[in-house]
Structure formats: C-alpha cells, structure tokens
Design a protein around this ligand. Structure first.
Ligand code: 13P
Ligand code: SF4
Length: 326
C-alpha cells in the first residue's frame, strides 16, 4: 500500500517521522507515491515554503492548479485557495493541511447578504475578489485577485456599472487608480486592516532611504504613502528590481522569507500592527499549516476539500473568466 504500513512511512528510524528532517523526507516520499504537488502561498511558514513545489500569490496558485497534471494537490494556504483549486480541478483530490484555515476577509461576505445587495443594485457587473467562498463566487460575473484586479477592471467599458466585493480597501484603491465609481462591499482583512500608519512613519524616519511596499488590502492612508502598492508577487518583483537597499513591508510577514531569499543583500523591515507590540503582522490562519500537518494530510488524504457539483459549476464560470482575462 504505497510504501506505508499501518499508517507509518517506512524508512525513518522509528517508522513515524519525528524531526523536521524526517518529516521532510516522509513528505517527499509520499508526494512521489501519490503523484502529489505541494502549493504554498507566500504567507505560509518558512519551512512550508521551503518544501513546496510551487510558491506564489493567489493568482499564481490558481494558475498552477489549473495547469498541474498531479493527481493530488496539497494547498498550503487558506480554505478559499483550496476551494478554487478544487473548482478548477474537480477530478483531482485537493487537500489542505488544516481545515480551520479560514479567512476573515472571505468571512466578511455572507453569500445571502451579498445576493441581496446585488438584487438591490440591478444592472451591475459583479466582480469578486478571489478571497471569497464558492457561494459568493457563484453570484459573481468575474473573479479577480490583487494581482490582476486593475487589468481586468480596465478591460471593461468605462461606463460599465460595477459591484466590487468584498474588500473595501482593494476596491477603493481600484476606484482611485482607474477613476471608476464601483459600489463597494464593506469587507476587510483583519491583518491588512490593522497596520499602523504612525508605526510606519516612525520606521520611515529611522530608515529614510527605505521604500514602502503596501498590499492593496491595507487602508487608504497607507496606500497613499506607499512607493509601491501591489499583490504579494508584485511587491516581491518591485523589491527584486529596485536599486534601494531597504524596504518597509506592509503586508503579512510571511512574504519576508521569499524577499530575503531572492534579494540577499537587501534589508526588509516588517511593518507593525496597531495592536501588536512586535514588529510583525501575521495571519494566524496562514500559519496553521505545519510540516507535521502536511505529512499527516498526505498520509491520510484528509482534510479533503469538496465543493458540491452544482455550486462548483456556477463558481467555475467567473474563475475561468479571470484566467482568460489575466
Ligand atoms: P495576494 O496573494 O493576491 O497578494 O493576496 C494576499 C492575501 O491576503 C491572500 O489571502
Ligand atoms: Fe484572509 Fe487576510 Fe489571512 Fe489573507 S491575510 S488569508 S485576506 S485573513
């Protein structure tokens, strides 16, 4: 049975991997046996990004999922990312290391309330951020991520009436850079919404040459002081190409791992949150995945993401449109 005996992976000292090294070895073996691919978002723990076959932002993860020929996808991210992968690949097994990895932004948009909001504003094209449940996507015309929202919205006629949900900060940013007047759903991410402007100004005073990199899920005053506003992948790209030596990073601190890996001579400073003593801002949902949980989910094929067929069909249309327009 796939190199396993009584739920144990052969080849480690005790049969059950204990150390991180043993866990990594067991994960690699199981991955091969099951023809699995491990995908990880930039906000994952360093050790998860290290073992992943693919690391990316929300857009890249959806694109990788749409293209992979693996039989099993282990999505090291949050639930909506696993759900998007499952909708794109209904015949594949999609696993998530911890079933409690939710998203406060996705939770800020109840599908029934969203449907009522749409009904109250007829004649609007509905655009939803990928950070939503399948049920919200089913009410949507086009899904976007922070990496392609501007491009997709720019591709629509200037007079098209648009509802944008659920992130009010990203929606406000798109309105300001495109001159649109999209109707915004009042949702937000608890991590990005709590960065401290005063704390960032203090850091800037100490590091006058530093560039400020801001994710568009942050509030407007932070977007205004930014040298670059963009998705995690866009911020990484900016840091890679910039001549600057220091960067204040105003997004979830997991991205620092890839920034430091790709730009070894540069200094990356995590921005503080309003209510935190530490200089970091973490998404507790993103940090739920651990090496042990990745090993256990590959071993047991659980937790598995499932999406009811009718719902998946409805949610697939706007995701496909996004991939076509990206
Ligand atoms: P991106 O991956 O699009 O940068 O979004 C960040 C995020 O909050 C993912 O949950
Ligand atoms: Fe959701 Fe915010 Fe965590 Fe991203 S950082 S997964 S938007 S709660």
């Amino acid at each position: 049975m796939n190199g396993m005996t009584d739920g144990k992976v052969q080849g480690t000292a005790t049969g059950t991997p204990v150390s991180d090294g043993e866990l990594r070895e067991a994960i690699m073996r199981l991955k091969k046996e099951k023809n699995a691919v491990i995908m990880a978002h930039y906000y994952q723990r360093d050790e998860i990004q290290e073992i992943a076959d693919r690391v990316g932002d929300s857009l890249a993860l959806a694109q990788y999922a749409a293209e992979t020929d693996a039989d099993v996808i282990v999505m090291c991210g949050v639930h909506f990312m696993g759900e998007t992968a499952k909708i794109l690949c209904p015949s594949k097994k999609v696993l998530i290391p911890d079933a409690d990895a939710g998203c406060s932004l996705a939770d800020s948009c109840d599908p029934e309330e969203f449907a009522r909001f749409i009904a109250e504003h007829p004649g609007h094209t509905v655009i939803s951020y990928v950070n939503t449940s399948a049920a919200v996507k089913a009410h949507t015309d086009i899904v976007v991520t922070s990496g392609n929202a501007r491009k997709i919205i720019d591709s629509l006629p200037a007079d098209e009436k648009i509802i944008f949900g659920p992130d009010r900060n990203l929606g406000g940013y798109i309105n300001s850079v495109t001159g649109r007047d999209m109707l915004l759903w009042p949702g937000a991410c608890h991590v990005h919404d709590r960065f401290s402007l005063a704390g960032i100004e203090e850091l800037r005073a100490k590091h006058p040459g530093a560039k400020v990199l801001v994710h568009p899920e942050c509030r407007k005053p932070l977007q205004i002081i930014a040298d670059k506003v963009g998705s995690t992948a866009a911020l990484l790209d900016y840091a890679r190409k910039s001549d600057a030596g220091e960067f204040i990073v105003v997004t979830e601190s997991g991205i620092l791992f890839e920034m430091r890996r790709e730009c070894p001579g540069k200094v990356f400073i995590p921005a503080p949150a309003e209510d935190a003593d530490c200089q970091c801002n973490m998404c507790e949902y993103m940090k739920l995945a651990t090496l042990r949980k990745v090993y256990e989910c590959l071993l047991s094929d659980k937790p598995e993401i499932t999406v009811e067929e009718g719902l998946a069909e409805k949610a697939l249309r706007p995701i496909r449109r996004m991939l076509e327009l990206s």
